[in-house]
Design a protein around this ligand. Structure first.
Ligand code: ME8
Length: 509
């Protein structure tokens, strides 16, 4: 039995409009989940929204509505965006849901009773828009080091989690589990951070200043710090305290996908919180790079935010997904360049893949009465192509498992190009002219079967376009889809369908 696969995205601030960065992490999680399902693993893919905190409270006040009403109105932007981008999550968690609030309360209560939380005094520089305290030395010219805006001096009583206790444990755990924080550059960054003394974590905010949060069960004058609340979403949705059997089965196989901007919260706060709560660790925390524009991080203040839905509108949703997956080496930053998207679209999708289908359907129409032909004897070329195809599924799934999605896609597209090369060399149109129809049948069958196999391996990235391709080939994809990963699956005799190009070239007009 394959182990289960549990993948999470960060839960996004409900106030934000979905942008390219959100879309990237979410599509990546979707692609990994779809490949895991293809492998036959029990798969659970979670995304959601982070709905408490100052920013939501402020935005609601500005609109003159309750924070909950504000969250209810804005969450749909994420839900609609994911639906539009063909994201098939299994669960969407909102931190304002009772199921989550119960778990946060239970964890706080338990940690309070076991002395993991104490009341102390907090003094520091607070950045209101970022909802974060900074120390004197963090400040850049007296301003918030993150957003550059002015900070306020605040002294107050607050509750603290004894995070400092777990510094040595965490260093040892990270060192002994090389898969825990990935990629290596991020693991080293965390270990570097842990060379400084680790303080305790302030986990409350006075309700007088911030009321939009989960009240501490042992002191209702305080609400839970938004990160302490938000991180817990991952265990809530996996069934912690509601379905212990499922939780035990899934949790040790968790992959948290995050952007590198939220590494410390996930790689330092979260593991120590889990450890203090007596819970096991997730398998991997993977921090991917940023999409940047000419070297600069996209941000609203810089005015260089890419709206994913606008791009998907122009190039088609699946092509947009393909570009994001093909062009980012996981872990590194990638420059977002629309010219590159266009180039990928035209060469990989329109020329290599779409055109191949078009040619095969046309030739099947012309030479084989529009039906998938029965092959005769395989020659050297056919044996070579089928040998190239047979290990492709295992190779692709292995690369995806190692989180090398761009390489996996590169490998499949190499085979698509080889099918084109095979057709050029075997030239079925010449064989037809010479009246060697058995040879035509063998060539078309082999090329169609090879294309069908590659299409199953591209389906996690191009779900809608590949379903369309199957229709054109008259192929009814089996359930489970993995049965379609074998060689020799397509049935001779099925009618093919001609239609408009899979990836039209005049879309930018
Ligand atoms: O941080 N390139 O939510 P958030 C790639 N609520 N990915 C990017 C990106 C970019 N330019 N910009 C953003 C939060 N992202 C918290 C998370 S989790 C318990 C709480 C992605 O709405 C990336 O995944 O600010 C990043 O981690 C996430 O958006 C931040 O989303």
């Amino acid at each position: 039995m394959e182990s289960p696969f549990y993948v999470t995205t960060p839960i996004y601030y409900v106030n934000d409009e979905p942008h390219l960065g959100h879309a990237y992490t979410t599509i990546l999680a979707d692609v990994l989940a779809r490949y895991a399902r293809l492998r036959g693993q029990e798969t659970f893919f979670l995304t959601g929204t982070d709905e408490h905190g100052q920013k939501v409270q402020q935005a609601a006040e500005e609109r003159g509505i309750s924070p909950q009403a504000h969250a209810d109105a804005t969450v749909v932007r994420f839900q609609n965006a994911w639906e539009h981008l063909h994201v098939a999550y299994d669960d969407f968690i909102r931190t304002t849901q009772p199921r989550h609030i119960h778990v946060v309360e239970a964890i706080l209560e338990d940690m309070w009773h076991r002395g993991e939380i104490y009341l102390g005094e907090y003094e520091g520089w607070y950045c209101v828009p970022d909802e974060r305290f900074w120390t004197e030395k963090d400040l850049v010219e007296g301003n918030c080091p993150d957003c550059g805006r002015p900070v306020e001096r605040i002294v107050e009583h607050n509750y603290f989690f004894r995070m400092s206790r777990y510094q040595n444990w965490l260093i040892a755990y990270i060192t002994e589990h090389p898969d825990f924080i990935q990629p290596e550059v991020r693991r080293n960054e965390v270990l570097g951070f842990l060379r400084q003394p680790l303080g305790d974590l302030c986990i409350s905010r006075p309700a007088s200043r911030l009321s939009w949060g989960i009240p501490l069960p042992f002191d209702p004058d305080y609400v839970t710090y938004v990160w302490f609340d938000a991180l817990i979403n991952y265990v809530t949705a996996a069934g912690y305290r509601s379905d212990p059997v499922r939780f035990e089965r899934l949790w040790p196989h968790t992959l948290h996908l995050i952007g590198k901007d939220i590494l410390t919260t996930h790689a330092v706060y979260w593991p120590t919180m889990l450890y203090a709560a007596g819970l096991p660790m997730p398998k991997t925390i993977f921090a991917h790079g940023w999409w940047v524009m000419r070297g600069a991080k996209m941000s609203k203040s810089r005015g260089n935010v890419v709206k994913p839905l606008d791009l998907a509108e122009v190039y088609g949703v699946d092509a947009f997904r393909y570009f994001l997956m093909r062009d980012m080496v996981l872990g590194r930053d990638a420059d977002f360049d629309e010219a590159r998207l266009l180039q990928r679209y035209q060469s990989d999708l329109a020329d290599d893949l779409g055109n191949l289908l078009h040619r095969l359907v046309n030739m099947t129409g012309r030479y084989c009465e529009g039906r998938i032909p029965t092959p005769a004897e395989f020659g050297v070329e056919e044996v070579a192509l089928s040998r190239r195809c047979q290990p492709l599924a295992a190779e692709t799934l292995r690369r995806v498992e190692a989180l090398a999605v761009n390489e996996a896609l590169g490998g499949v597209m190499d085979v698509v190009r080889e099918i084109n090369g095979y057709l050029e060399r075997t030239a079925p149109w010449k064989e037809a002219k010479a009246g060697r129809m058995e040879r035509v049948a063998t060539i078309l069958y082999t090329a169609i079967e090879a294309l069908r196999l590659t299409s199953v391996l591209l389906h996690p990235v191009l779900p809608e376009r590949m379903a369309e391709l199957w229709q054109r080939l008259g192929w009814r994809a089996p359930d489970p889809l993995r049965d379609g990963l074998a060689w020799g699956v397509i049935e001779p005799g099925t009618a093919v369908l001609s239609g408009p190009p899979l990836f039209p070239k005049d879309m930018e007009a």
